[in-house]
Design a protein around this ligand. Structure first.
Ligand SMILES: [Zn+2]
Length: 492
């Protein structure tokens, strides 16, 4: 007995020693770079041009109907007026009526190009919330150090900042060696099926294979990563897939005075509850696992101990993450019931009840796997089918070991000293889904500084961006082009 204790005791000691050793020796993946000093931007003037762009209500309506033609054309004109050097030195093509593709020819055609992306369209303001805005959503006002309005975070900020960066570089006589493309879709908020899809197809027809594609989708999180006080630049290296699944239950309709035990509504409600109660399995791998390799070394000892020993602690960590919606979304395909429709009158049993459940698909799962999971979970009495225009498989993961990632990391280190950089899995979708055939190096990042309480501004009320932060974003794109468009292949 005593001997057994001794053996057990010593193996626990060995285990603890291994865990502590791993936690203590895990190496930081952060790099140091000298801050950039020779890239002054007049942030106030640049913010004025962004503010003016906000005043064109380029709203994407559901189902892609009623394109705001005048707003898009007005925005195009505004861009042309605001960035004369860009419009003299670069070629601009209009694709699918409203999307824009700029080409900045490089001096060395043998180098693979860089593609910077953003989108011109914005989501509508939810009816009834207009009066909650400090300044009206399309007023484009600058007040209190902020540019206010729809599109200041998502994603006119990207369009204007990219052009502003190019204008700044051109004024200094900059000439890229690599060809640089800017692609600004016009229907990202409804899937990009017209705009981004057409631009991507055009580039593909021309045989263009970008070395690097950079779109929106990552940000600088301030106070949002537990255990890290420094700002964290989250560079999206992968994004989840997307499918909406329609569930239909049918039953005998009729008078509600003599109902069956289960009507269509009851059956469907039970099915939805089953789905919520049986999510798809959790997994810490891919971009999420990779992000822990970057974040853990910057954390205090206990979380570092857990995250650098996932071979042992994964089940514990998964249970912890599952309790928090944002963390849960990083480790599994999520299940969200979003539509439930049935019934026309209080005393009539409906023949049919319909629900839609939206799934964001984790790498390793697939649309097919989701449909199989739903069918198995709800049983044969519920009709199951994929619905909606957007159906996307999870993206491949872009490598954090590629020179392109290093380029982004270096540019962040130069302009945002003291910021921790990490790869990241995006639970939302971007226009990059249409570009995945063109390059294996697709990243999603735009250095907007965000606190947890700002997240509600995205697609929400009081969307705004700091004037100073906007200046930083312009400098980021300019420095990225200086770093990336002048170096010989491969990027590094
Ligand atoms: Zn967006």
């Amino acid at each position: 007995m005593k001997r057994a204790f001794i053996v057990l005791g010593s193996s626990v000691l060995v285990l603890v020693a291994v865990l502590v050793f791993r936690a203590a020796t895990v190496k930081s993946r952060q790099i140091h770079a000298e801050p950039v000093k020779d890239l002054a931007i007049d942030a106030r003037a640049a913010a004025g041009r962004l503010a003016a762009a906000i005043r064109f209500p380029t709203v994407s309506h559901e189902n892609g109907e009623n394109v705001e033609r005048a707003a898009f054309l007005g925005l195009h004109e505004h861009l042309q007026r605001s960035f004369p050097r860009v419009h003299a030195a670069l070629s601009r093509e209009t694709v699918a009526d409203y999307s824009l593709l700029y080409t900045w020819k490089g001096t060395n055609p043998s180098l693979a190009p860089i593609l910077l992306m953003s989108h011109q369209d914005v989501v509508p303001v939810e009816p009834g919330t207009e009066k909650d805005w400090t300044h009206p959503a399309f007023s484009g006002l600058i007040d209190g150090g902020w540019v206010w309005g729809r599109g200041t975070l998502d994603d006119k900020v990207g369009v204007l900042a990219i052009l502003e960066a190019a204008e700044t570089l051109l004024a200094r006589g900059f000439q890229p060696q690599r060809t640089v493309y800017f692609a600004f879709g016009h229907d990202e908020e409804v899937g990009g099926h017209q705009g981004a899809a057409a631009v991507a197809a055009l580039l593909e027809r021309r045989g263009i294979r970008p070395e690097l594609i950079l779109d929106e989708g990552g940000l600088i999180a301030e106070g949002m990563v537990q255990g890290i006080d420094k700002p964290v630049a989250l560079i999206g290296t992968a994004e989840k897939g997307y499918v909406s699944v329609e569930l239909v239950a049918e039953a005998a309709g009729g008078h509600s005075s003599m109902p069956p035990r289960h009507g269509a509504i009851g059956k469907l409600a039970a099915a939805v509850e089953e789905l919520e109660g049986h999510p798809m399995p959790a997994r810490i791998d891919g971009a999420t696992k990779r992000s822990f390799e970057y974040l853990a070394p910057e954390m205090p000892f206990v979380p570092r101990l857990v995250l650098s020993n996932l071979w042992l602690f994964a089940p514990v960590a998964e249970r912890q993450f599952a309790a928090d919606p944002a963390a849960n979304a990083r480790i599994r395909t999520t299940t969200a019931a979003t539509v439930f429709q049935a019934g026309i009158k209080e005393n009539v049993l409906p023949h049919r009840a319909r629900a839609v459940v939206n799934f964001r698909i984790l790498q390793g799962d697939s649309i097919e796997a989701v449909l199989r999971h739903v069918r198995e979970t709800v049983g044969p009495e519920i009709r199951v089918s994929a619905t909606g225009v957007t159906k996307t498989e999870p993206s491949p993961e872009s490598p954090d070991t590629a020179p392109d990632f290093a380029l982004l990391q270096r540019t962040v280190a130069q302009l945002f000293p003291g910021t921790v950089v990490s790869p990241n899995l995006l639970s939302g979708g971007t226009d990059t889904k249409h570009y995945l055939r063109l390059s294996g190096n697709v990243y999603r990042f735009l250095p907007i500084r965000m606190h947890a309480e700002d997240l509600a501004r995205l697609h929400g009320t009081n969307e705004r961006i700091g004037v100073e932060n906007y200046g930083e974003i312009v400098r980021f794109y300019a420095q990225l082009l200086r770093n990336g468009a002048t170096s010989p292949q491969p990027l590094s």
